[in-house]
Design a protein around this ligand. Structure first.
Ligand code: AMP
Ligand code: MG
Length: 330
């Protein structure tokens, strides 16, 4: 079975094509194009215009590089939410048009669930706790009683957004996460920052404000980046470990753009090893927002009989992870 997926929740527009091989995901094509604002944060309408401009070409290119005939596609999947309305609507409109044109079924996919499923489909893990760390989202997710449940999440901003906002303050380009990672490697001094955990949840805006104050006081950028990473990633590692202990899972999976960070990987891996658990992370192109993860989750859903009628294919900006009934794992 072959699925084409369109991702468009925020800054990235992506088209992926995947095939199932003995229940594992084979990626045939996965192309993304990222909107980078000239200044400030993401402007939803600008991002949506960017996506609309690039989508037609991405679809053609994905089909070409997958070396398939468009009639071989069995199902069209799209990111139904959560995300920014204008971006979601652009991706959904393209998916609807494609489904009608090719006369194929349509499936609306939850973006957060897709980050987890692409990990299960490509890394060999079966029942992990997912630490999903991206620009807009930060969640600790695990499967329990038919749904992916959110065991912990950020109470304010996503960790990626925290890094990007800090980067903007330090005059670094967007996305700042990878640059902060490089600078942090040259950090020598740990600066005390708020370590905010409330129950199973985390928060980063206090840490961001404190980091900005250190900059104003003239502390070295390298030390600020180092301290931010150490503090924020420790908090994420702590809540992930607690979720693993609560639900008794022996696998941990990383997903989202911040999962590219070597220091975060190292911390989570060490925590897993100390618990006798296994650590998994998909390849980078599947960690960041991408169409292949939407295609793969759409394929799993379609295989167990789930489709979305065109007239019901509205988007959902606040689509919750635990609103999805995970029929394909029954
Ligand atoms: P996503 O929203 O999942 O596409 O991820 C994008 C986010 O990942 C942005 O906030 C980036 O700053 C962040 N990011 C990407 N690479 C890294 C990295 N190596 N370290 C930290 N953050 C990163
Ligand atoms: Mg994401």
């Amino acid at each position: 079975m072959i699925a084409l997926g369109i991702e468009g929740t925020a800054h990235t527009i992506g088209v992926g094509i995947v095939e199932d091989l003995n229940d594992k995901c084979r990626v045939l094509a996965n192309i993304i194009k990222m909107y980078k604002p000239a200044e400030g944060g993401i402007h939803p309408r600008d991002a949506a215009n960017h996506h609309a401009t690039h989508l037609p070409h991405l679809v053609t290119k994905a089909i070409e590089s997958a070396k398939i005939d468009e009639r071989e596609i069995d199902v069209i999947a799209f990111s139904k939410g959560p995300g920014m309305g204008p971006c979601l609507r652009t991706a959904a409109t393209a998916a609807r048009a494609l489904a009608l044109y090719l006369e194929k079924p349509l499936v609306g996919v939850n973006h957060c669930v897709a980050h987890l499923e692409i990990g299960r489909g490509t890394t060999g893990c079966e029942d992990p706790v997912l630490l999903y760390v991206s620009g807009g989202n930060t969640q600790i997710i695990a499967f329990a009683k038919g749904k992916y449940r959110v065991f912990g999440e950020t109470l304010d901003i996503g960790i990626g957004n925290c890094l990007d906002k800090l980067g903007r303050y330090l005059n670094l380009p967007f996305p700042s996460g990878p640059i902060i990672e490089k600078l942090a490697k040259r950090g020598k001094k740990y600066l005390d920052l708020p370590y905010t955990i409330k129950g199973m949840d985390v928060a980063f805006s206090g840490l961001l404000t404190s980091a900005q104050k250190y900059y104003e006081k003239g502390e070295r950028i390298e030390d600020i980046c180092y301290s931010v990473q150490e503090t924020a990633f420790s908090a994420l590692t702590e809540v992930t470990e607690r979720a693993m202990a609560h639900v008794g899972k022996e696998e941990v999976l990383l997903g989202g753009g911040v999962a590219s960070n070597e220091r975060l990987r190292e911390m989570i891996k060490k925590m897993a090893e100390e618990r006798g658990a296994k650590f998994f992370v998909p390849e980078k192109s599947l960690c960041i927002d991408n169409g292949a993860m939407i295609a793969w989750t759409g394929l799993l859903m379609y295989r167990c009989g789930i489709t979305t009628k065109v007239e019901d294919s509205f988007i959902d900006q606040r689509f919750r992870t635990d609103d999805v009934i995970v029929k394909w794992r029954e």
